[in-house]
Design a protein around this ligand. Structure first.
Ligand code: NI
Length: 253
């Protein structure tokens, strides 16, 4: 199966990256998407993908890093036209720690949505404590011919049902398995499986609490949701993998 969102480019993996990759490959994870969150991590994601056949990548500037947004540098990366560059992201809005740069966050989000369209890429959207503004921007900038995904979803069922109409998938991370995640589990139960993806967002949000997350644990997320929805886990994994291939076309490369 696939891990559609991880950060092999995170500093936490600096010293044991090849071990982490071996771990997931030995656990039957065929492909992963290493997601950029600022310029340097996007460059690194591309490098890791070049060196490892199972790694694909995306480039983008996360809302926490918008102060350094340099469109020309991002365009240079996009222009590399790499066949393993599956998406633009992660981009979006995050008002959790910072609310004094909302306008800048929105501006950079919209600019990157436009770039994704120009480069015919789906978008990977990060949203935290900003669901109202996020939906407004997504609606204003529709349609999304190449689709998108709400990664590590933390919103409501109503919100999810609105955004899937815009050609978006909803991706669940290890957070759905937590004891206090009743609301999120309700979203996973209510949502049609055709709209679902799974991911680890590793090294964050381990489904096994207290240890560092790795892509190899993506199966735990899938098995948990399959059980929740009354699906056979193998069948569930087949469907979410197909969903991932439909959205991230270059994963077929
Ligand atoms: Ni992430």
């Amino acid at each position: 199966m696939y891990d559609t969102h991880c950060h092999l480019n995170d500093k936490k993996y600096e010293n044991n990256l090849s071990q982490i990759i071996t771990n997931y490959e030995q656990n039957g994870i065929e492909k992963v998407i290493c997601v950029g969150f600022d310029f340097e991590s996007s460059v690194l994601a591309q490098k890791i993908a070049k060196e490892n056949s199972s790694v694909y990548f995306s480039v983008g500037i996360h809302p926490e890093n918008v102060a350094d947004y340099d469109e020309q540098k991002l365009i240079a990366l996009l222009d590399s036209d790499d066949k393993k560059m599956v998406a633009l992201g992660e981009i979006g809005l995050d008002y959790h720690y910072t609310q004094d740069n909302k306008e800048k966050q929105k501006e950079v989000f919209v600019k990157q949505i436009k770039l994704a369209k120009k480069y015919k890429l789906p978008i990977i959207v990060h949203c935290r404590d900003a669901y109202g503004d996020c939906l407004e921007i997504l609606k204003e900038n529709a349609p999304y011919q190449y689709g998108g995904v709400m990664h590590c979803f933390g919103g409501s069922t109503e919100w999810a049902k609105e955004v899937v109409k815009l050609n978006f998938k909803i991706s669940f991370a290890g957070s759905v398995t937590f004891n206090n995640a009743k609301n999120l589990q309700d979203v996973a139960k209510a949502l049609d499986i055709q709209y679902m993806l799974v991911e680890t967002d590793s090294p964050y949000l381990c489904p096994k609490r207290g240890i560092q997350n790795e892509p190899k644990y993506v199966q735990d997320v899938a098995i948990f949701i399959a059980k929740l929805k009354g699906f056979d886990s193998e069948q569930f994994i087949n469907i979410v993998d197909k969903n991932a291939l439909n959205l991230f076309q270059k994963l077929k490369n």
